[in-house]
Design a protein around this ligand. Structure first.
Ligand code: UD1
Length: 361
C-alpha cells in the first residue's frame, strides 16, 4: 500500500504526526506532501522538528493567497504528484484548503481518498472550513470519524455508509506527548504565574477580517485582563488585522506573543485557568487538558463539548464575552469517552493495511 498524505497548515501537521508514524510502523509506504500553505518557521518548521515528523518528499510552496488560489494551485500541483507517484490512496486531514484540494484531485484521478477527522459539521454553512469539510466528505471514500456525532452527521447527509468511527487522532498525540508539554519558558518570560492566567487565541477570518467583530473581542480581552492576565499567542492573520484597523492600543494590557510550538501550547493550556478561542483544535485540546473553553463562534464542530456544558459558545458582544468568561471558572462534570481511546491512528493504519490486501499488485 502506497499512501500519499497531504498536509499544509498547523492543525494538519499534528494529525499527520501520529497517523503517518502508524502507517509507516505497519509497513506501508507513505509519501508526505506539504502544500506550503503555512510556511513561517513558527507556523510549520517547528512542528516538523518537535514532533519528529518525516521530511516531506514534496513541498508545493503554494503559500498565502485567496481560497481560489490556494485550492486551485493546490489541485494543479497535487495532480502532478498523484500522476507521478501512482499511490493506492490519498489521506487528507481536517478542513483546510489543502484538504479540499487533495480530496478533489483524488476523486478526479480515481484514487481512493481517506479523510481523517471526517463528519464534523457546524454553522455558519458558508464558513470556508465548513465548505471544505462537506465537499471533502462527499467525494472521499473512507471517512475516519473522531466521534459518534460525526458518524450521525454523515448519516444525516446520506453518506453514513462511508463513515468509520476511529476516535480522535489529536487525542492520540496528546496522550503520547503529555510528558513533554512545557510552557514554563514562555510563562517566566511573560512574568505569568502557572494557574493564574487565561489563554486566548483568535484567528478565524470572520472574527479578524472586520473591525466590528475584532474590536469588541479585543476590548473584552482587555477588560478581562484587568482582573486576570491574558496570554495571547498571535496568529499572523490577527497581527495584520490589528495593525490594519489600528487597534494596537486595545492590546497594551494583554501579553501578546508570537505563535508557539505544539509542546509549548499544550504546556500553556495545562497551566491556564481556561481558554478563550475560535480555534477548532484548541477547544478540544483544552478538554483533553481538563480546561474549559469559551468559543467565540456561532457554533462548534465539537458540538458534544458544548452540549455537555463543558465549552460555551459566545458571540462577539463585548459584555457577553466578559459575562460568559466569568462562568468558566465554575467546576462542571467532565464529559467522558467522546473521542475514543487514544488509538485512532492505529485504527486508521490497520484499516488501510486491511485494504492493501484487497489492492491487486
Ligand atoms: C488555515 C485554515 C484553518 C486553520 C488555520 C490554522 C483554511 C481555509 N483555513 O487558516 O482551517 O484553522 O489554518 O492556523 O485553509 N500567514 C503567515 N505565515 C504563515 C501562514 C499564514 O504570515 O506561515 C498569514 C498570511 O498573511 C495569510 C494569513 O496568515 O494570508 C492566513 O493564512 P491562511 O493559511 O490563508 O489561513 P489561516 O487563517 O491560517
Amino acid at each position: 500500500m502506497k499512501v500519499v498524505s497531504i498536509v499544509g497548515a498547523r492543525p494538519q501537521f499534528i494529525k499527520e504526526a501520529v497517523v503517518g508514524s502508524e502507517i509507516r510502523k505497519a509497513g506501508m509506504e507513505e509519501i508526505l506532501v506539504h502544500t506550503g500553505q503555512h510556511y513561517d518557521s513558527n507556523m510549520s518548521g517547528v512542528f516538523f522538528e518537535q514532533l519528529e515528523m518525516k521530511k516531506p518528499e514534496y513541498n508545493l510552496e503554494i503559500g498565502s493567497g485567496s481560497h481560489g488560489f490556494q485550492t486551485g494551485l493546490g489541485m494543479i500541483k497535487l495532480e502532478e504528484v498523484v500522476l507521478a507517484e501512482k499511490p493506492d490512496c490519498l489521506l487528507v486531514y481536517g478542513d483546510t484548503n489543502a484538504t479540499i484540494a487533495g480530496a478533489l484531485v483524488g476523486a478526479k484521478c480515481k484514487v481512493p481518498v481517506g479523510h481523517v477527522e471526517a463528519g464534523l459539521r457546524q454553522f455558519p454553512k458558508d464558513m470556508p472550513e465548513e465548505i471544505n469539510r462537506v465537499v471533502t466528505d462527499h467525494v472521499s471514500h473512507w471517512l475516519f470519524c473522531p466521534s459518534r456525532l460525526a458518524m450521525e452527521n454523515l448519516e444525516a447527509e446520506g453518506i453514513g455508509n462511508k463513515g468509520i468511527f476511529v476516535g480522535d487522532v489529536m487525542l492520540d498525540l496528546f496522550k503520547r506527548m503529555v510528558p513533554f508539554f512545557d510552557g514554563t519558558a514562555v510563562l517566566s518570560k511573560q512574568e505569568l504565574e502557572p494557574g493564574d492566567f487565561i489563554l486566548a487565541t483568535i484567528h478565524r477570518d470572520f472574527n479578524t477580517d472586520t473591525r466590528d467583530r475584532l474590536e469588541p473581542i479585543l476590548k473584552a480581552l482587555a477588560m478581562i485582563s484587568q482582573k486576570t492576565p491574558v496570554l495571547f499567542p498571535l496568529h499572523p492573520r490577527t497581527k495584520k488585522a490589528i495593525e490594519k484597523f489600528g487597534l494596537e492600543s486595545l492590546v497594551k494590557g494583554i501579553s501578546l506573543i508570537e505563535p508557539v510550538s505544539y509542546l509549548e501550547m499544550m504546556g500553556l493550556l495545562k497551566e491556564s485557568s481556561f481558554l478563550i478561542t475560535d480555534s477548532g483544535g484548541l477547544q478540544k485540546e483544552a478538554y483533553f487538558a481538563g480546561k474549559r473553553a469559551l468559543v467565540l463562534m456561532e457554533d462548534s464542530g465539537w458540538r458534544e463539548l458544548v452540549d455537555a456544558g463543558w465549552n460555551l459558545l459566545c458571540g462577539t458582544d463585548e459584555a457577553e464575552i466578559v459575562r460568559k468568561a466569568l462562568q468558566l471558572g465554575k467546576a462542571v462534570p467532565v464529559p467522558k469517552g467522546i473521542y475514543g481511546n487514544g488509538d485512532a491512528s492505529e485504527k486508521i493504519a490497520s484499516f488501510l493495511q486491511q485494504k492493501s490486501r484487497e489492492v491487486p499488485h
